[in-house]
Design a protein around this ligand. Sequence first.
Ligand SMILES: Cc1ccc(CCc2c3nc[nH]c3cc3c(=O)[nH]c(N)nc23)cc1
Length: 371
Amino acid sequence: MAAFPFEIKAVEGKARTGVLKTPRGDIRTPAFMPVGTAATVKAMTVDQVKATGADIILGNTYHLMLRPSAERVARLGGLHKFMRWDKPILTDSGGFQVMSLSGISKLTEEAVTFSSHVDGSKHVLTPERSIEIQADLLGSDIVMQLDECVAWPAEEARARKGMELSARWARRSKDAFGTRDTQALFGIQQGSTFEALRRESSDRLREIGFDGYAIGGLAVGEGHEAMCEVLDYAPGLLPEDRPRYLMGVGKPIDLVEAVARGVDMFDCVLPTRSGRHGQAWTWDGPINLKNAKYAEDESPLDPDSDCPASRDYSKAYLRHLFKAEEILGQVLLSWHNIAFFQALTAAMRAAIAEGRFERFRREFRARHLSQ
Ligand SMILES: Cc1ccc(CCc2c3nc[nH]c3cc3c(=O)[nH]c(N)nc23)cc1
């Protein structure tokens, strides 16, 4: 019995819109999940995040196990209580962050061992330990298996080794997760840019059985075209009646093109990270508010938005805040960008439900990529 019912409401081509029902609330798909790495969506309060329409946020095993430690979060009541977010949380398993953030790390059949980028202390992550941190100590609603994300570009032999290790860790993760039914476990498809490897990965994950399936190993520098080439076949290798989560993606155009290829869930640091540097995402494409042309532009970022950061502040004021290095600039632009990504996924849900997604996709590309 799948822990979380996934109801697909409408389909247009490969695009789907639906609802993933969890004990802590429904997740409308296609869904964009704001990244809350260290128990905060950077520069935003949970009330602002909720106001944007986000149904779920992401937490990070790697960061929280190093600081304040998973045991401390558990003693403080778990991640939801700690950060005052009472809707669903998905946590990553930590392996990806070890490879991209920590200093010395060692990968064996048994575990990933690494030294903390915070204080140099030594840590060990096994599939079993990652499940314990995510499910028992942080208390997340959607748990990710521990996997190995092979760097791009990869030789086929190297990509096979990583895919096979991830498949063995998928089995160990499922065994450690057990028969919990108030939390969900997602497997992660690997195989780099090789169709045969991704097919084998998908078959092994399907055999084990998961509540949802992630597409890993992308958004690692391959670029939009190469990613779309993999997405032309990768989502379809996974069970069509369960959610498909494309990890680490992406720019607005990436989301639209991935939804068109059958992806349901997304996460990316782009809206908050670019917001902190003065980049605003809009229906007409990205703009850099530090540009002199906005110095006396009294228009807001989006007058039709219900988000105060998008509707109530002039570009001139936002530019001033960034030039003056005022914290409020980072707060307002993070808020606007997250609201824009939520508005984009809401527009795609409506378009698919009304059978006009292809028109939406065509019009979005024409307007957003016009620059
Ligand atoms: C809080 C949080 C931040 C980031 C993530 C996703 C991080 C992420 C990737 N980001 C870009 N490409 C990625 C690939 C993988 C991958 O193959 N496996 C895993 N476990 N995570 C990935 C999850 C949670």
